[in-house]
Design a protein around this ligand. Structure first.
Ligand code: ADQ
Length: 735
């Protein structure tokens, strides 16, 4: 794989300027750790904001900072104070963050924030485009840069783009609230690979893509014209060994070398076996459920008074987004609650909550992780939550209990935790009691499973799986384009066409000669198509057959005056030019009376769907129905039909938003073969777009030129992109 570049809101360094001396201090967060391994290994650049508003630094200093960053392969995107205010504090943290964490009441809908979000995303994209070369790969991170994938893709289609969202993707009912919902989805869909922490977020995203954009989704792929986008879950891990080794170091340190914090912990808790510690660590954010946690702790002390004086909650909150109103209010609420709990249950010798409102050095975090008996992780929404994983990695003696919110992404990997609903303070209180009284044996049993799992899928594995998937999606994109009819292939087909004496040309109708229309009856051929066919028919060597799933009447009417043959209803009927209709199989339609009522019941229950009746088939159309409901119903219908078809020798065909039940034993492939039987065609061409045409591609002789319309997987030899591609191709044959 070529170079891989990273784009994130912040560069992985913070910049310290002291008397013109510039220090780059590496960030220690999970993202920085994981991505550092990627962009270094693949000789890429890291594009992001250096963290200092550009109006705070003069040009000279700014150039110096750029030079220092360049040495670390970092490309700065400079932002003004106003941009930071509107794009970062504004749209990112006052609009997207609350929306994606289901805090609809906190959303700021100011269009000025949106405008800034667009222009700053463009700034990031422009910087990336300057850095990129054709064939490079780029991995974009998180909600601040949702528009960047499309901004890059539209200018550099040859670049492979990955995008990972670190926060939840909300359900459609919540996402739709946003006035700019379509723009955000469109922005994300510029990526070739989109990653989420969990399958639930992936599902929600699919639902929005389907409902807002109407794109086809199969398994984990979205098809948009000639592109495939893969969407998958990659639960982010931590640098497990770093936490584990640091915890081992701390345990092994001689007493005199232990930290101040350790001495404090020892003095108050660690040397008294009946004293227990409960730990809580987060950024101070309303999504983390901190007030509920405090209330639950108070309820626990109230309900289980035997623990008063014995159990302490150590609560760390890192200051975060301190200029945003809801964070300021949260800070006051937490301050008040801590005071209240300490006032109600504390005394001179006992402080129930030890509250630290600050960031802590790594060693202190490890000290706390390894000393506390219980870790309380109760966010009301959280994309993943790395604290839970860090606690697990730091438990060198394999004991300790995690109480975990069912609303955190990490819960999917931590079935052995005590799982709670973060809004149920009574349940949290009971879980604290359960955790504190759990036997060491049970603790170990649960912890060992957790440790095995979290160790296996660490941050490096996470990053390398994402990078591998980028490689795979690159290959899929290439294979989609591989069989395309290019100039060279066109010349080969033209030459074979010119040198032939008798040619069989099979052309599917809908999606091949003409685009799909909303109603089945307004798809009649246009003037350009008539003229194209007249020209081909005029060559006496050409025997043209329209081979379609449609009924006899429409096609015969539409092509009156043309010198062409028909195979219709997927091969049930055929008509040679100037002759009568002939049935190619002993088809019966007696089965219709038992299938029709089933289809009707589905029409009644699924608004926007209807039945089309053909001579030997019945078709349920769901193009205009609500996509998710229709998809569910389609599966239900297939299930129901499956038991019926065996008794009646029927087949189910799935087309584009249609399910067709037809007489069995015949398909376009068998019909086309019957047509060419006993004739000496020395040029055979078949063109079609959906999977009913695949029969034809498979059955026709190897020497036939089989051409699929669209770029998806096919048995055909070649592909053209669209209906207009078909028309150009056919026109070129006669050039
Ligand atoms: P965050 O919301 O920041 O991340 P989280 O995943 O828990 O949440 O990461 C917090 C990090 O900050 C942890 O590594 C922790 O050690 C550190 N930290 C917390 N308190 C600290 C303190 N007082 N001092 C020092 N360090 C502290 C977002 C999403 C999450 C998702 C991550 C990664 O909101 O859901 O897990 O990105 O994708």
């Amino acid at each position: 794989m070529n170079r891989i570049h990273i784009v994130s809101n912040r560069l992985p360094f913070s910049i310290n300027v002291d008397n013109e001396k510039i220090d780059l201090i590496p960030s220690v967060g999970g993202l920085a750790t994981g991505m550092r391994s990627v962009y270094k290994e693949y000789n890429g650049k890291w594009i992001g904001w250096p963290g200092l508003p550009s109006d705070d630094i003069d040009e000279n200093l700014s150039n110096k900072i750029d030079t220092e960053l360049e040495k670390e392969d970092c490309v700065p995107v400079h932002l003004t104070k106003e941009e930071v205010d509107l794009y970062y504090d504004g749209f990112s943290n006052r609009t997207i963050w609350p929306l994606f964490h289901y805090f609809a009441q906190y959303i700021d809908y100011d269009p000025k924030l949106w405008e800034s979000f667009v222009s700053v995303n463009q700034k990031f994209a422009d910087k990336a485009i300057e850095t990129l070369e054709e064939g490079d790969t780029i991995w974009i991170h998180d909600y601040q840069l949702l528009l960047v994938p499309e901004m890059i893709k539209s200018k550099r289609p040859g670049v492979t783009v990955g995008f990972f969202l670190h926060i939840p993707f909300p359900s459609f009912e919540v996402f739709r609230i946003l006035p700019w919902r379509k723009e955000l989805i469109q922005g994300m869909l510029g990526a070739d690979l989109i990653g989420f922490h969990t399958y639930d977020y992936q599902r929600h995203f699919f639902s929005s893509v389907r409902r807002l954009m109407g794109y086809e989704i199969s398994f984990n792929q979205i098809q948009i014209e000639d592109r495939i986008i893969i969407v998958d879950a990659f639960p982010m891990g931590i640098d497990y060994d770093k936490f584990k080794n640091a915890a081992i170091d701390i345990v092994q340190k001689p007493l005199q070398e232990k930290s101040e914090l350790h001495r404090e912990l020892e003095k108050y808790f660690l040397l008294s076996p009946d004293r227990k510690l409960v730990l809580s660590i987060d950024r101070l954010d309303y999504s983390k459920g901190i007030p509920n946690r405090l209330k639950a702790f108070a309820e626990f002390l109230e309900k289980y008074p035997e623990f008063v004086g014995k159990v302490t909650l150590i609560m760390l909150a890192v200051p975060s987004r301190g200029t945003v109103e809801h964070y300021i209010n949260l800070k006051s609420e937490v301050d008040e609650l801590v005071g209240k709990v300490n006032g109600q249950f504390g005394n001179i010798n006992y402080t129930p909550v030890w509250y630290f409102y600050r960031s802590m050095p790594f060693e202190s975090l490890i000290e706390l992780y390894s000393s506390c008996d219980v870790c309380l992780v109760t966010p009301v929404r959280d994309g993943m939550n790395l604290v839970a994983k860090e606690y697990v990695a730091s438990r060198t003696n394999h004991t300790g209990v995690i109480i975990l919110s069912e609303m955190a992404g990490v819960v999917k990997e931590m079935g052995e935790a005590l799982i709670i609903n973060p809004n149920n303070t009574n349940e949290i209180a009971d879980s604290i009691q359960q955790a504190l009284t759990m036997s060491l044996e049970e603790q170990r049993e649960r912890m060992v499973f957790l440790q095995d799992r979290i160790k296996r899928y660490d941050v490096f594995k996470w990053a390398s799986e994402f990078v591998d998937s980028l490689g795979k999606v690159q290959k899929i994109q290439h294979s989609l384009h591989a069989k395309r009819v290019n100039t060279h292939i066109m010349e080969k087909i033209q030459s074979s066409y010119k040198n032939s004496k008798m040619r069989a040309i099979f052309l599917d109708y809908d999606g091949t000669l003409t685009g799909f229309k909303k109603k089945p009856n307004d798809a009649c051929p246009d003037k350009e198509l008539h003229e194209l066919l007249y020209k081909l028919e005029a060559d006496p060597k050409n025997i043209i057959t329209i081979i379609s799933g449609r009924d006899r009447e429409s096609l015969e009417n539409w092509f009156e005056g043309h010198k062409i043959n028909f195979i219709v209803e997927h091969g049930v009927w055929s008509k040679k030019f100037g002759k009568e209709w002939k049935m190619l199989t002993n088809a019966t339609d007696t089965w219709k009376s038992s299938i029709q009522p089933i289809l009707e019941s589905f029409v009644d229950r699924t608004p926007g769907t209807f039945i089309e009746e053909k001579n030997y088939s019945l078709v349920w159309h769901f193009r205009k129905a609500e996509p998710e409901q229709a998809e569910l119903r389609a599966n239900e219908l297939k299930d129901e039909l499956r038991t019926m078809i065996a008794n009646h020798n029927l087949e189910i065909l799935e087309g584009n938003k249609v399910i067709e039940v037809k007489t069995g034993g015949i398909n376009k492939g068998i019909a086309a073969l019957q047509f060419i039987k006993n004739k000496s065609f020395d040029f055979i061409l078949a063109m079609g777009d959906d999977w009913t045409d695949e029969y034809m591609f498979r059955e026709l002789p190897e020497t036939a030129y089989t051409i699929k319309v669209g770029l998806t997987h096919t048995a055909a030899n070649y592909k053209v992109e669209s209906v207009s591609g078909v028309r150009t191709f056919l026109a070129k044959l006669e050039e």
